[in-house]
Design a binder for this molecule. Structure first.
Ligand SMILES: [Zn+2]
Length: 503
């Protein structure tokens, strides 16, 4: 293949990983699968194993509680009227449980606020004090004001660690205010650090695990309790910070010489939306939009695309590119589909000719021994055969329909012969869209436009990092630290040099 080496493998491993992690949480992970998981990502095996152990402990506790309840109930005489039985011996009432849930969350107005309890066990302590004022650079008057903040995060080997940060506030006489240093380990007000946020959002948006699966896997050993809503909130803040990377991926996609595009249905709070994917071996940009036509494409391209666009036969793409390669795999699949229902000799003769033409085109591409002149004359011959096939008249309806399509796309079927970097099929885009389809099944798409925006950003960032062979955790951790200390997100890391040479 003419793609970046190893890309296929990396993408198929992602889909495999999602399945293996789900099996680990279900308790259905067999030994061969465990070995597979260890081979792909040994750290994740540890994580899955710990999550499973936690689950077993919780279930055992529940079973013990139930057994205790049964024993108490059995001790009482079954003839005893319900009103005389102790409350603890009765099963919980579903009505009362529903009432408890209906109660509004949070303290009553005027009552003291309750905070999330701080982790009891602190593994590490760190002090933060400014040397000079961050605003004016002038000297500071030392004050005795401090506050503490606890952040839990995952280490390199995915063990959890709680750090207590002591933050000193000092006074700047020039600015006339108190100033304090930034803690680069976590986003403002966040109780969990960058690596935990990166790992959890990668498992969800990158691999397609459900939110509950992600919580089971990543948060089970944290002392900090983080609700599903809290986790989603943290992901959205991450997406907001990574927005410049999303924009950068879009710019790089639009500036590339070859770009694949594909779209698939999406659900958005009950309505039908579309997930668009624009990708090549270096970038992958997802767009969630209510439109399946020009409005969405206009949003992405803004103006006509300069390179070769590889797509299926969907008409909306035509207005946005000068050169296009329509997917030959789609065309061949269509022939197979008609074969099933149409056995007429007229159809078979047409299909045979078209198949032979496609095959000859694909073969010509591989002829590295041809001189440029000979290659060009063969391309001319292929083109003349295509025109003849497209302009012919056929007694068969399917043949007529297909010939019409050939005529419409007469300049868009063998573009790949003119450009070595253009593949004859759109398999790449279809592969890129598949992980998103897994996610759609697991998570019922999006409930809000804000959620959809975060989804598009994080899916694009994780897929592109994967294509570029960067570790998502380390990359995001370091980018967020830079962002917090300098106020600027560094540019998205490029493709490693050796991979460029492979392509
Ligand atoms: Zn100052």
């Amino acid at each position: 293949m003419w793609y970046v080496r190893g890309m296929d493998e990396r993408i198929s491993k992602d889909a495999e990983l999602a399945g293996l992690l789900a099996a680990a949480l279900d308790g259905t992970l067999g030994e061969p699968q465990a070995r597979q998981l260890a081979a792909i990502e040994p750290k994740l095996l540890t994580l899955a194993w710990l999550a499973a152990a936690q689950r077993i402990a919780e279930q055992n506790a529940r079973i013990a509680q139930l057994e205790g309840r049964v024993a108490v109930a059995a001790a009482g005489d079954p003839a005893t009227p319900s009103g005389q039985r102790p409350v603890y011996a009765k099963p919980p009432s579903p009505v009362a449980a529903a009432k408890r849930r209906a109660k509004k969350l949070g303290a009553k107005i005027g009552h003291a606020p309750t905070r999330r309890p701080r982790p009891q066990q602190i593994d590490r302590r760190e002090e933060h004090r400014l040397q000079c004022c961050p605003g004016c650079g002038g000297p500071l008057q030392r004050c005795n004001r401090t506050r503490t903040r606890t952040v839990e995060d995952l280490l390199e080997d995915l063990r959890a660690r709680a750090t207590e940060h002591t933050i000193h506030r000092d006074y700047c006489p020039a600015c006339g205010k108190h100033v304090e240093p930034v803690v680069p380990d976590a986003m403002p007000h966040a109780a969990i650090g960058h690596r935990a946020i990166a790992l959890s959002s990668w498992l969800h948006y990158g691999l397609g695990l459900s939110i509950q699966q992600v919580r089971d896997l990543t948060l089970c050993r944290f002392q900090t309790h983080l609700s599903a809503g809290g986790l989603v909130g943290a992901w959205r803040r991450l997406a907001e910070v990574l927005e410049p990377w999303y924009a950068q991926i879009g710019r790089e996609a639009r500036a590339s010489a070859v770009l694949h595009a594909d779209e698939t249905g999406w659900r958005m709070n009950g309505r039908t939306w579309w997930l668009w994917c624009f990708a090549n071996p270096r970038v992958c940009y997802y767009l969630l939009d209510p439109s399946r036509g020009s409005p969405a494409l206009e949003k992405f391209f803004a103006e006509a695309f300069d390179g070769v666009l590889v797509t299926d036969f969907w008409a909306a793409y035509r207005a946005f590119c000068q050169e296009r390669q329509c997917c030959l795999a789609h065309l061949l699949r269509e022939l197979e589909k008609v074969d099933l229902s149409n056995g007429s000799t007229a159809w078979q003769a047409f299909a045979k000719q078209l198949r032979r033409l496609v095959r000859d085109g694909l073969r010509l591409r591989k002829r590295a021994d041809f001189t440029p002149q000979r290659y060009a004359s063969r391309i001319g011959r292929i083109h003349r055969r295509l025109v003849a096939l497209a302009e012919g008249t056929y007694p068969d309806a399917d043949a007529t329909r297909l010939a019409k399509r050939l005529d419409k796309h007469v300049n868009e079927l063998f573009t790949f012969l003119d450009y070595p970097a253009v593949p004859p099929d759109n398999n790449l885009a279809e592969r890129m869209i598949r992980p998103a389809v897994i996610l759609r099944k697991n998570c019922q798409s999006n409930r809000s436009e804000r959620g959809a925006a975060a989804q598009a950003v994080l899916m694009s960032v994780y897929r592109t990092l994967k294509l570029r062979d960067h570790d998502p955790l380390a990359t995001i951790d370091s980018a967020l630290r830079t962002y917090l200390t300098t106020g600027q997100l560094p540019p998205m890391p490029p493709l490693p040099v050796q991979s460029v040479a492979d392509g």
